[in-house]
Design a protein around this ligand. Structure first.
Ligand SMILES: *Cc1c(COP(=O)(O)O)cnc(C)c1O
Length: 395
């Protein structure tokens, strides 16, 4: 095997500097952009007094979201982790169940499984998509599980495997349809974590609604933001009604009585956050165009740099390029590159630490993770704000 090419750090840094344009100060990894009706909608909330749990913006945001994600119904929540927690409960995940998730994900995916009293079961990723690998999952299930009437049974732990929760890493669509085929064969519910994939397409269609139920996030660093926020996504009207009920303290509609019929959650999104979301969604097409322009500029410039590869959208998919990523040839270059770029005010970040390397998830059942481990050692995220894409056009 030939030795991996060493990274030309000065040239790589020059590409980041070029993309950042004239911004002399610190260049963040991902800054929100408020270029639309945000002020006007927020003022409307304050002027009318509708700032909290009820209000017209929540209803409108849910309608607009359903359209953007190509689902029948969206239910807005306080954040993406809460949406994921709800989605797993709605999919029937119970204490002591196992839920298959990629080891390479943001920690919220694993945490939401724990909130159900269930156990994350880690699986490997695909090189081409950075998301859960359907073939590797199938091979692993064949080795350790048997199909049952209600989900699969893990022969090693004796527990039920109830669901699989794939996600679309950095906005790059994973092969969701291939995964759904595997899930169907093994009787697993599919809970799609679409926190990073608003505006991304696979086979020309949006992501988040192909499984039983999905979840997304509008945290400050996501494609669009509501400050904090999220949503449950589904085509199933009964599940959506149940999501609304559970996220609003399970209160029965009544003019004055406080009647709650089960232990619900206070997970609903306040109207003032939804107002921000409505304004943000109106700008989604421009933001996506800007982000794709920035990615194209990066792809072209990094093609001239030794020792790394810009991560392009997978075949058959259109990515929102939420967080742009480069894959270094040599893992030994990662920390020096991170140190030099951050010292120069260019914010770069390593990939997430694999769930199998975090103390609270270390003992989870796990498939072999050769691809996830390799990606985690060599991937670096680089500045990705939509505003940088606007500048890319101006130059
Ligand atoms: C951001 C994110 C979440 C959680 O969303 P919050 O709104 O921050 O709670 C869940 N999963 C993935 C993959 C994410 O990127």
């Amino acid at each position: 095997m030939s030795l991996p090419t060493r990274l030309d750090i000065p040239r790589a840094q020059a590409v980041l500097r070029m993309a950042a344009g004239d911004s002399a100060d610190k260049v963040p990894l991902h800054a929100p952009q408020f270029a639309g009706a945000e002020w006007r909608y927020l003022k409307e909330c304050l002027d009318t007094g509708w700032v909290s749990s009820v209000g017209a913006f929540v209803d409108r945001f849910e309608r607009d979201l359903a359209q953007a994600f190509g689902v029948a119904r969206a239910v807005a929540t306080v954040n993406g982790t809460a949406a994921l927690h709800m989605a797993l409960l709605l999919a029937g995940v119970k204490p002591q169940d196992e839920v298959l998730i990629p080891a390479l994900t943001f920690v919220a995916t694993a945490n939401a499984v724990r909130y159900c009293g269930a156990v994350p079961h880690l699986v490997d990723s695909d090189r081409e998509t950075l998301g859960l690998a359907p073939e590797a999952l199938e091979a692993w299930l064949t080795e350790i599980a048997e199909p049952g009437a209600d989900g699969a049974r893990n022969r090693m732990t004796g527990r039920r495997i109830a669901a699989v929760a794939p996600m679309h890493a950095f906005g790059h669509p994973m092969r969701i349809d291939a995964l759904i085929a595997v899930a169907r064969k093994w009787g697993l519910a599919v809970v799609e974590d679409a926190a990073e994939s608003l505006g991304s397409l696979r086979d020309g269609r949006p992501l988040g609604g192909r499984g039983l139920v999905g979840a997304t996030s509008f945290n400050g660093n996501k494609i669009i933001t509501t400050g904090g926020g999220g949503a449950i996504l589904t085509d199933d009207a009964d599940l959506a009604d149940r999501a609304k009920h559970l996220t609003t303290t399970a209160k029965q509609p009544h003019p004055w009585l406080f009647l709650h019929d089960e232990t619900g959650f206070n997970y609903r999104l306040p109207n003032i956050n939804a107002a921000l979301g409505c304004a943000q969604l109106e700008q989604l097409p421009q933001m996506l165009a800007a982000k794709r322009r920035l990615a194209a500029a990066y792809a072209e410039a990094f093609a001239q740099v030794e020792g790394l590869r810009f991560f392009n959208e997978p075949p058959g998919a259109q990515s929102n390029y939420w967080l742009n990523a480069v894959i270094l040839d040599n893992p030994a270059d990662r920390d020096p590159f991170l140190e030099e770029t951050n010292a120069a005010g260019l914010m770069t970040r390593p990939c997430w630490t694999l769930m199998s390397d975090l103390p609270m998830h270390r003992d989870c059942p796990s498939a072999p993770l050769p691809v996830a481990r390799d990606i985690a050692a060599r991937l670096v995220n680089i500045p990705s704000s939509a505003a940088l894409g606007c500048e890319a056009r101006a130059r």
